[in-house]
Write a protein that binds this ligand. Structure first.
Ligand code: 4AD
Length: 436
């Protein structure tokens, strides 16, 4: 018996003019009297299969003409170059065995509304665009591990069930923890601070939860955050890590996801601008001044937090992502370190992405003094008992330290140029969506 090599579609380029076997699903088809064109996918890529009636035989050809969308099968055939297709290769099918039938697949090649697609997200993931988005998501995760490992960080996982609330108590998901109350983590930061005191440079990468009643194209209820934390490091050095990291992500996607970017219609020339360092830095004070001088924000005043229109306007003034430094204390969390010469602001920064994507990173230098931190915890109305361990970090060899959090889905949405953050995560949790 002849042994035919089983390959993945993505590797077709290495098997031109060779006979191979592939496990596939049918996404679409069209046929005439003598020839059928099958659109196929196997999870790694999409391409076309060509079936000739006089080669496969009349009976099989009739069976193939009646195959339905998402039927799974194993095909054998010869790979050819196909300059007309996006993918560049196709297979001339010599045999085909159906594995699993499919009936009335709900996502047809016609246009569907977003709610319908989200209701069928478990199936929608099979389509081309979600496929490209998830491949790019995977690349950004891969590049994240590569970057932080190269820079000497180690990954310290933060718990998901916690007794503390780093980013404010209004956005917490509460849950029972036997006879106690627990929260779903809003941020791994406080644990990463403990990690930094034990290992120097650490990062976490995990899901975080915010019970925000906002329904915008930038907010998820459950999102993934990368949170590096660095001992003996001041804010200026942390900003350098941040910009190197973001440029590394963009470059990695450019290097490894050319096909997916083209499928999404994202121009690589636009992305190339974001690999240029350093990124500009402006103060919060300057940002307020720019907003006021624009005439577009008549009510804006010092002390206001920025919404999406303000962030978009500020980002539009620059070619690259821009750091906004030193926000007023009243609009930032308790753990930040006050500015040495300014009573009213913290040593902190947000990184705003170009093209209206808003804040992708929030970070700061951390308060290092035990008494000041305790006063802030009490002022914020937080339970001292829940933060005793966090205060310990200031009791035993406290050092300057800084860190930041990058929202994975915000970064993906920006890098891919998509409209809505729901496209950047396999199963989005939105205000009114918990299924599938
Ligand atoms: O600015 P945030 O709230 O900062 C923190 O949580 C810090 N503890 C991070 C740290 O210093 N270790 O959130 C950080 C980032 C934001 O810049 C944004 O990219 C993302 O997390 N983010 C969200 N992404 C999607 N949906 C939401 N609801 C988000 N809220 C924040």
């Amino acid at each position: 018996m002849k042994i035919v090599k089983r390959i993945s579609i993505i590797d077709a380029k290495d098997y031109v003019d060779q006979e191979v076997e592939i496990g596939v699903w049918l996404t679409d088809k069209r046929s005439s009297g003598k020839i059928a064109f099958l659109q196929l996918r196997d999870g790694t890529a999409f391409f076309q299969g060509v079936v000739l009636k006089n080669q496969i035989g009349e009976e099989k050809f009739t069976e193939i003409k009646h195959l339905r969308q998402e039927t799974s099968m194993v095909i054998t055939g010869t790979i050819h170059e196909d300059a007309r297709s996006h993918f560049g290769y196709e297979i001339e099918v010599s045999s085909l065995e159906v594995i699993g039938d499919s009936n009335d697949y709900p996502i047809t090649p016609k246009e569907h509304g977003v709610d319908f697609l989200l209701d069928h997200r478990h199936l929608w993931l099979r389509s081309k665009k979600p496929h490209a988005m998830m491949v790019i998501r995977n690349e950004i995760i891969r590049a994240t591990y590569e970057f932080f490992n190269q820079e000497g960080f180690i990954k310290i996982d933060a718990p998901i069930l916690t007794g503390s609330a780093p980013e404010g108590t209004t956005e917490l998901f509460k849950t029972e923890y036997f006879d106690k109350e627990a929260y779903l983590s809003q941020s791994g930061q406080l644990y990463e601070e403990a990690g930094a005191m034990a290992f120097g440079k650490v990062f976490s990468f995990g899901p975080t939860f915010r019970a925000e009643k906002s329904k915008t194209r930038r907010h998820l209820i459950e999102f993934w955050m990368i949170e590096p934390e660095m001992a003996f490091m001041h804010q200026e050095e942390s900003l350098e890590v941040q910009e190197r990291y973001v440029a590394y992500l963009v470059q990695s996607v450019l290097d490894h996801c050319e096909y997916e970017l083209s499928l999404l219609g994202r121009d690589p020339e636009v992305l190339k601008k974001y690999t240029k360092l350093p990124y500009p830095r402006i103060s919060y004070d300057k940002a307020i001044e720019m907003l006021q001088e624009s005439g577009q924000f008549p009510d804006v005043k010092w002390g206001d937090d920025f919404g999406s229109p303000e962030e978009t306007f500020l980002a539009e003034q620059f070619e690259q992502p821009v750091f906004v430094l030193n926000y007023p204390k009243a609009i930032k969390p308790f753990y930040m370190k006050p500015h040495p010469t300014r009573e009213d602001v913290y040593i902190c920064a947000d990184l705003l992405a170009p093209e209206g994507y808003g804040e992708i990173i929030g970070g700061s230098e951390r308060e290092t003094d035990y008494d000041k931190l305790l006063a802030k915890i009490e002022e914020a109305g937080l339970s001292r008992e829940a933060y005793d361990w966090y205060l310990d970090l200031r009791k035993y060899g406290s050092v300057p330290h800084s860190g930041f959090g990058l929202g994975l889905e915000r970064a993906i949405t920006w890098i891919t140029g998509e409209d809505h953050i729901r496209e950047a995560i396999p199963f989005p949790r939105l205000l009114n969506r918990l299924n599938p």
